[in-house]
Ligand binder design. Sequence first.
Ligand code: GAL
Length: 362
Amino acid sequence: MRKARVRIALLSVVLMATTGTLAACSTTNTGSTTDVSGGETVKIGLLLPESKTTRYESFDRPLFEAKLKSLGNYEIVYANADQDAAKQLQQAESALTQGIAVLVLDPVDAAAAASIVASARSQDVPVISYDRLITSEDLAYYVSFDNEQVGVLQGTALVDKIEENGGATDPQGIVMINGSPTDGNAAQFKKGAHSVIDPSGIPILAEYDTPDWSPDKAQEFMAGQITQYGDDIIGVYAANDGTAGGAIAALMAAGTDPLPPVTGQDAELAAIQRIVAGDQFMTVYKAIKAEAELAAEIAHQLATGETPEGDTTVEGTPSTLLTPVVVTVANIMDTVVADGFYTVEQICTAEYAEACTAAGIE
Ligand code: GAL
């Protein structure tokens, strides 16, 4: 990356010397000249998968846009698919028709999105697979977190907590609520979690892949498991904070007390507050700022004709995989607060003030 940035800078110097302009012109994949620092606006497509999880509209989108705009004269062609793969296909077609130079795509359906990549490539538009890997060999770059590690962190935290609570006695066990079956990341979270839970010997009472990552469907499934297994549920593996919220709502509605440990992911504000209140056991914090800003830098490199170099390779695609972090009540201050993801004021609203003080979050 540094190399690419140096090359862009050098190119500008050469151009300034030869043309007397300040524009950092370079050749895009279409062979036309793109000027990202002068008058001409370059369009970049950003397609995100859903809005039930708060991260996309609250973090990914604004952070990506702000970074990209700081890098040049860019216009973002944005759309959210609301978990509908057919809608995402239309949104991609529309973005390509509008003449985007690069497409940043977080797919609803990893396999179905391959046709979007093929269509973009046929128009010489490079595609960055954002957060979720698209099943395609034609990707320019993949930016994400180590997703299997996310599952390992969730599974380890849950198993350790159950053991700390005295372990499982027959017929006790865990309920697993995984993510969407069309999301490749969900399969990796699940694989990582199983790699820890299966050898622990703690039985899995029931397991479910949540369509669309829907909190409502997670809640409905959990309610059914409570009817069947009641207090024998001594832990809930929930793949993200949305499904964790659904599971916890079902447990509370059934009057379960105390609540069993419930995992999560995304460090959503509501989940951090549930952790402070003792209703959710843990979440996984993924530094979305780093992910979104890196995607913007890679998009900028591609738009200016550079070939970004990955830190690693995933399925043949140059990639960067960032590191996920466990958050429990013990390290909220050192993680999401220290990183500026949330302020203490945002977390400790009147309803949580007392619990915040007790947890030393102030
Ligand atoms: C995953 C993503 C998670 C979570 C989930 C629900 O692919 O990595 O951060 O948001 O989707 O949309």
